[in-house]
Every structure is written in structure tokens, then in C-alpha cells.
Design a protein around this ligand. Structure first.
Ligand SMILES: *Cc1c(COP(=O)(O)O)cnc(C)c1O
Length: 386
């Protein structure tokens, strides 16, 4: 049996919806985009929203609309997909990394206080693995230090804190529709805000420096961040399936929990506090380093992924000045990277496959040192990341 890490949940319905764009002879951003963005705003509980070609560019667009640029610092968790940091770098600002809390995997606000200085302009909570950051504390912290808030909600469609949707707390919220996110359009991103002035900035930046298309007068310098109606047609179909996708993801997590019940040395990541859970992955922390477990599962044709590699250790950031304020230590992001594994979890994963994965996982935990060395140690963590 071969078990993949992830497969997008797309089918005939998405395929049919694309046909409508061809029938209407409208493939660029148009009626489908309008409908998709209205439905997203309603779901998220935001007044305004615009698309971007992907989630990385939607963070970039959000930061740019907030006026963040060279000389500014933005606090970013050390444990996230690297795009969170790269988008800050892309607007010319400096990402300043802060360690996470080991139980929530979210940014540690106490450590954030240590890095705030006169250049700090914003903080970027990342709602990791389908769990919400404690937005009560985060917004309080941001208000205290007069920081803008840009939420990276790429993994958090449907995820709420205290019943309020992630991405709607901050000045801007960013979403991704990459193939492995909860709903997908292949590639795609969305930025939302409740502030009309920020919304206008978003429009100027994404629409070649004007508010509306169809005129060639450009009050500002802007760019092209459009998505196509073909993608938005897929997105609308995915939105119709969202409840089903959520139910399937939650069922999968429950099957994992039932089959791993009572197993020593593992902890399945679950939200803390007032967050709901739409499992982006089934993420497990082990009491030992994961290299051998990962190898064993890989030899059983089970595709796992490591947790995110701490950004402060990334070769591309190691020599930047992002660490100047907090160069000492990131024990928690380092710990969870070394001890965490994401198990296969996608809507169409079968119960029999999950049971197989759990059986192999239990086998891997009972192996002794000698047995472990029978397996190829050909694992390169750099190759396992996205
Ligand atoms: C996927 C992801 C992004 C980037 O989105 P893309 O659409 O792949 O550019 C950013 N942040 C997080 C946390 C993500 O998971």
C-alpha cells in the first residue's frame, strides 16, 4: 500500500465549472472573481477583499498596503512556511524572528516584547496547521506597542478564534489557495480587510495604480495581481464543498486519534483555548527525534513531511540582520522541527489507509536501535519540506 502525504479534493464539479467560463467567453478576472470574493468576505466576516496570484503575493500585497517598507521591522514566528518571512523581505522590510510556544506552535508573545523597538511596525501571527492564534492576547499586544497586524491565514480557511474567523482580526488577513490548502484554485491568494482606506490601497497596488480597470489614468504606481475567472470558478466549487472537506478532515483526525489512543511518546497537535480545529495536517510531536520514524514509514511507502524548518536556521536567512535583537535561542522551533511529523491527511484518505499508517507508526516506535540501523539513512530534511 502506498499512502501519499496529500491530494487535492477536486473532481468533475470543478471541471464542469471551468466550462462556464469558456461558454461565457470570459476567462480573465470577471464575474466569477466577483462572486468568489463576495462569498469569501461573507465566510471570513470581512468587509473587503481582493485576490492575488498566490498566498505569498497576498501577504506582500497586504504589507505594501499597510505602508510597510525599507527600515521597518515585522515580527514573524520562527516556525512557519518561509513565505511568511519572504513576503516581508520582498517589501524591503526586515523580518524579525521570534520563537514559538511549544504547546500551540504559535508565536510566543512574551518573547515578542523583547524584540520591539522604534522600527517595529507590524506583527504577523500565523495560524498554523488549522489552529487559531490566541487573537485576544495578540491584538492586546499589538495595541500596546502600536503595531499593525497582518494575519497569515494561509492554512486557516474555516478556522476561528472565539467564533470569529481568522484573518478578520488584524488590519489585513491573507489566505492561500495552493493545491494543499483546505480549498484550492491551483494557485491563488486573497487579502481581506475591514478598513476602506487599506482596501483602496490594495486596489491601487494590484490594479496598476488605479481603482478601476478600463481607464488609462494611473494616480499611483501599481502592479498586476489578478487571478483568472477559471481559477475563481474552481474556487466557487471548492467553497460549496467546504463543509464536506472540513467534516472529512475532522473525521480523519478522529480515526488517527482512535487508532493511536494510548500509544506512549506521541502527542497529536490540537488547538488550545478558544480555537476550533480544521486539521490542515495531522501533525504529531514525538518524544524522540523523527529521522528513524520517518525512514521506517518511508520504507513502508508512507509519505510524511517534517514540520517547518526553523527560519533562523535557513541558509538564506542565516547571514541577514534579522536576528540582531534576539540572536540567542529558539529552543521551541528547533525542538518541534526535530520531533514533529505530518501524517498523510487529505479528504479522500481511506480508513484502511489510516489504520495502515497507524500500525506502521506503532511498529516504528517499538523498534530497537539495532533494527533501526537496518534502514537506509538517506533522509535529507531539506528535500522534505514543501
Ligand atoms: C502556503 C503558505 C503560504 C504561501 O502561500 P502560496 O500560495 O504557496 O504562495 C504562506 N504562509 C503559510 C503559513 C502557508 O502555509
Amino acid at each position: 500500500m502506498k499512502v501519499n502525504q496529500f491530494q487535492p479534493y477536486i473532481g468533475k464539479e470543478e471541471y464542469e465549472s471551468i466550462k462556464e467560463c469558456f461558454d461565457a467567453n470570459w476567462i480573465t478576472e470577471g464575474p466569477k472573481a466577483k462572486e468568489f470574493s463576495e462569498k469569501l468576505c461573507k465566510l471570513i466576516g470581512c468587509k473587503y477583499g481582493v485576490f492575488a496570484p498566490n498566498g505569498t503575493l497576498s501577504i506582500y500585497l497586504g504589507l505594501k498596503a499597510l505602508g510597510i517598507g525599507p527600515g521597518d521591522e515585522v515580527i514573524v514566528p520562527d516556525f512557519t512556511f518561509i513565505a511568511s518571512a519572504n513576503a516581508v523581505e520582498m517589501v524591503g522590510a526586515t523580518p524579525v524572528f521570534v520563537d514559538i510556544d511549544k504547546d500551540t506552535l504559535h508565536i510566543d508573545l512574551e518573547k515578542c516584547a523583547d524584540v520591539v523597538n522604534k522600527n517595529t511596525k507590524a506583527i504577523m501571527p500565523v495560524h498554523i496547521y488549522g489552529t487559531a492564534v490566541n487573537m485576544d492576547s495578540l491584538m492586546k499586544f499589538a495595541q500596546l506597542h502600536k503595531l499593525k497586524v497582518i494575519e497569515d491565514a494561509a492554512q486557516a480557511i474555516g478556522v476561528t478564534w472565539n467564533g470569529t474567523h481568522c484573518g478578520s482580526f488584524g488590519d489585513v488577513g491573507s489566505f492561500s489557495f495552493f493545491a494543499d490548502k483546505t480549498i484550492t484554485t491551483g494557485e491563488g491568494g486573497f487579502v481581506c480587510t475591514n478598513d476602506e482606506t487599506i482596501y483602496k490601497q490594495l486596489l491601487y497596488i494590484r490594479n496598476q495604480g488605479r481603482l478601476n480597470r478600463g481607464s488609462f489614468e494611473h494616480p499611483e504606481i501599481g502592479y498586476n495581481f489578478r487571478m483568472t475567472d477559471i481559477q475563481c470558478a474552481i474556487g466557487l466549487t471548492q467553497l460549496k464543498k467546504l463543509d464536506t472537506i472540513i467534516e472529512k478532515k475532522q473525521t480523519i483526525l478522529q480515526i488517527y486519534k482512535n487508532n493511536l489512543h494510548g500509544v506512549n511518546g506521541i502527542k497529536i497537535i490540537e488547538p488550545v483555548g478558544n480555537s476550533n480545529h480544521i486539521p490542515f495536517r495531522v501533525a504529531i510531536l514525538f518524544d524522540r527525534k523523527i529521522t528513524e520514524i520517518m525512514n521506517y514509514l518511508s520504507n513502508s511507502e508512507i509519505e510524511t513531511r517534517t514540520f517547518f524548518y526553523p527560519i533562523h536556521k535557513q541558509p538564506c536567512y542565516i547571514s541577514c540582520n534579522c536576528l540582531k535583537n534576539n540572536c540567542s535561542d529558539f529552543p521551541n522551533s528547533t525542538y518541534v522541527y526535530e520531533h514533529g511529523l505530518c501524517m498523510p491527511s487529505y479528504p479522500e484518505l481511506k480508513e484502511s489507509e489510516i489504520i495502515y499508517v497507524c500500525d506502521k507508526l506503532k511498529e516504528s516506535l517499538h523498534m530497537n536501535e539495532n533494527e533501526l540501523y537496518c534502514f537506509n539513512n538517506n533522509l535529507d530534511p531539506y528535500m522534505q519540506m514543501k
